[in-house]
Design a protein. Structure first.
Length: 302
């Protein structure tokens, strides 16, 4: 059995085991593979279709109720079997029976596809330009508006119509959102002691005298002058820098982690296996420590 994101393919041996006993489908552990697309080879389609229909009506059988497409091969249906005999509620049935006159076989063959009516509603057509003359040949539909962008491309070889390029319209968050730039002040070594020394040699009485008029102190002017002087002293001892935060940047990211990321990439590009192992180990420890510090910072607010 081979399983992909949206398609399930069963090997011949698994299909033969299910051919005569559809009631054992759950016991074979295949229920997960029927969620998006079910592909089965079965010779008793009418019995199995009834089995599927009964489980789609159950609230607990969401893997069958929400299944988008059921594909059955080897249905063994003939022209004598009416569509109503294999029709299921909530599913559209499309069948292609084997023609004995064309293949020379009276039994076997046949394909039947059930489409969930709730799967593709309000479909949007993406190809809206002519491909050959005034005709639009390739109809591309989806129920997700704005998911794709269709653009014409030159024809291939001796083809008489142009080709179509379907481009996903999804844009990553880093391209959709703008970078956040903010100015920060850093305190270099010795900045605190320099600021303390500045305050110790400041004549604070002059601010009071400047705000006093007729034995009345203007508190607004007094406060503004003192806070302005303090801000000026802080600007003298600190260093201003502009930090850029990308929209997809982790909140726990630190400068140390960035340096170690660069060291890991450099070791990888140089082909140094021993250096790469060391760089990865250091990076893992730094990330764990950064996450721990960030978690403590968040917990301290509660």
């Amino acid at each position: 059995m081979i399983t992909t994101t949206s398609t399930t393919i069963y090997h011949r041996q698994s299909l033969l085991q299910l051919r005569d006993q559809p009631q054992n489908l759950l016991s074979n552990g295949l229920q997960e593979e029927l969620r998006a697309l079910g592909l089965l080879r079965f010779t008793a389609l009418r019995e199995f279709a009834g089995w599927i229909g009964a489980r789609r009506k159950r609230a607990t059988q969401c893997e069958y109720r929400d299944c988008c497409v059921f594909v059955f091969t080897e249905t063994w249906l003939t022209s004598s079997t009416s569509d109503s005999a294999v029709q299921l509620e909530g599913l559209l049935c499309f069948r292609a029976d084997r023609d004995p006159e064309l293949c020379g076989k009276a039994r076997g063959g046949g394909v039947c596809v059930y489409i969930n009516t709730e799967w593709c509603k309000n479909a949007v057509l993406y190809v809206d330009f002519a491909m050959r003359g005034a005709n639009v040949q390739n109809m591309v539909y989806t129920n997700i508006p704005g998911a794709l962008r269709a653009e014409p491309r030159p024809h291939y070889g001796f083809s008489d119509h142009v080709s179509v390029m379907l481009i996903p319209a999804f844009r990553p968050l880093i391209r959709r959102a703008k970078m956040d730039r903010k100015q920060e002040k850093t305190w270099p070594p010795g900045a605190v002691s320099a600021l303390q020394d500045c305050f110790e040699h400041t004549d604070w009485e002059m601010f009071k005298e400047a705000a006093t008029s007729a034995d009345s102190i203007n508190l607004g002017k007094y406060t503004e002058s003192v806070t302005g002087y303090i801000s000026k002293c802080i600007d003298d001892v600190t260093v201003s820098k502009v930090s850029t935060t990308h929209p997809n940047q982790k909140p726990w990211m630190t400068a140390e982690v960035r340096v170690l990321l660069g060291a890991r990439d450099k070791a990888f590009k140089s082909g140094d296996k021993a250096g790469l192992r060391t760089a990865r180990a250091k990076l893992s420890r730094a990330i764990r420590e950064a996450k721990r510090i960030y978690a403590q910072k968040i917990h301290s607010h509660f």
